[in-house]
Design a protein around this ligand. Structure first.
Ligand code: ZN
Length: 302
């Protein structure tokens, strides 16, 4: 589907918190824009002014709930709990778990100065809760087959679309926890994030026994945080050796810049929520670059 992105993203099979689909071919994030043939892109500086590094970037979000019963029709409170959790992660306000990050990495914990807000106007300028609800009997899979009718995509240059449904295969097996599609080499009409409803939000669901290990290990709302990282230009997964380091490996002792040491990053995959704790300074700069100079320029409300 998209070779440039596939090259960046590498392994995808069997991932629970997978991108599953296409991501942006942001050169700096792929390590292809530095002119170096090595695997690293360390010391590459993004063109962010001091002012651009400081502004808090508020991103309007619409959550499209795709439901087939009462449980899948998640509550407004559940949605709000999810945005609150991701905003804590983006602003490095999850201080209790950040305190457990090893000292060597502490200087590289980033406040990305990015916040999600539910849209208060729809694309036609009418007042909105930023939430749509659409009956939908089938699984979601990141294909955007469900992006029609009341669940239709809102202009991705103005909103981040998040679809929440049952992320299962046609046989009912859970295929992934989420996916993100964005960037100049993917179809704009599919831009957005799709998430499994059972890992969306941080409140207890009505029937926790039906949710099993998912709710136990993935109940802190970090799947959206991870997929949002992809949506904003962080292409790779830390432990798969795909680089998105900019500044001397974020200060880590490993000079290979393979990212493999940043074990507590939100961009690690196949890990329970409790293991994901931080964005690094370089990751934050890539996300801000995407919003201020890249393919999502104009989305942020300053
Ligand atoms: Zn991922």
């Amino acid at each position: 589907m998209n070779r440039a992105v596939m090259n960046c993203h590498g392994q995808r099979s069997g991932l629970l918190r997978a991108t599953g689909l296409l991501l942006a071919a942001l050169l700096s994030a792929c390590g292809g824009g530095s002119g170096s043939s090595s695997s690293s892109n360390n010391d590459l500086q993004l063109p962010l002014s001091a002012e651009q590094r400081q502004a808090v970037l508020r991103l309007p979000v619409v959550v499209h709930v795709l439901y087939r019963d009462e449980q899948t029709n998640i509550s407004d409170e559940q949605i709000q709990s999810q945005l609150a959790a991701t905003n804590q992660h983006l602003r490095a306000l999850n201080s209790a778990e950040l305190a457990t990050v090893p000292e060597v990495y502490q200087p590289y914990i980033a406040d990305a100065r990015i916040e999600l807000v539910l849209a208060d106007q729809d694309p036609q300028g009418q007042p909105s809760t930023g939430i749509t609800r659409t009956p939908y009997p089938d699984p979601v899979d990141g294909s955007c087959d469900y992006c029609t009718g009341t669940a239709a995509q809102w202009d991705p240059s103005r909103y981040i679309n998040i679809w929440v449904g049952e992320y299962s295969t046609r046989t009912g097996r859970l295929a992934a926890l989420g996916s993100a599609v964005a960037g100049p080499s993917s179809a704009r009409e599919q831009w957005g994030i799709t998430l499994e409803y059972r890992v969306f939000g941080s409140l207890e669901y009505g029937e926790p026994e039906a949710l099993g290990w998912l709710h136990e290990d993935y109940a802190q709302g970090k799947t959206l945080t991870h997929e949002l990282g992809h949506y904003l230009g962080l292409l790779g997964h830390i432990q798969l050796g795909e680089g998105h380091r900019l500044y001397s490996c974020d200060g880590l002792p490993d000079t290979s810049c393979s990212n493999s040491e940043l074990t507590m990053s939100f961009m690690r995959t196949l890990q329970p929520d409790a293991e994901l704790k931080m964005f690094s300074r370089s990751q934050a700069d890539i996300m801000r670059h995407t919003l201020l100079n890249g393919y999502l320029q104009g989305l942020a409300q300053l």
